[in-house]
Each structure stands twice: as C-alpha cells, then as structure tokens.
Design a protein around this ligand. Structure first.
Ligand SMILES: [Zn+2]
Length: 48
C-alpha cells in the first residue's frame, strides 16, 4: 500500500519565516502561529 505519510511538503510559517521563533522586542519568543516548529502543517488549521 502506498501512503505518503511523513514526507509531505511543508509550508514555511510566514510569521516566523520557518525559524519557529519571532522577535519580540529584545527577546525571541516561540512563534504561536506554528507552535515553534517553523512550519505550518496543511492539515492543522488554527481555530481562529
Ligand atoms: Zn511560525
């Protein structure tokens, strides 16, 4: 059986540009958009 689970294409989070961290003034905070992964998964849609 063929299942493409695992290596699907990832979309870079536009909020942190794939870093998973966003600059907040002087410190870096975990990007809440992607949860710090730097990528947003197409299957995971934000609640709002
Ligand atoms: Zn992000």
């Amino acid at each position: 059986m063929q299942n493409g689970a695992g290596g699907k294409k990832k979309t870079k989070c536009a909020n942190c540009e794939g870093k998973g961290l966003v600059k907040q003034g002087d410190k870096k905070m975990k990007c809440q958009r992607c949860g710090g992964t730097g990528f947003k998964s197409p299957a995971n849609r934000p609640a709002r």
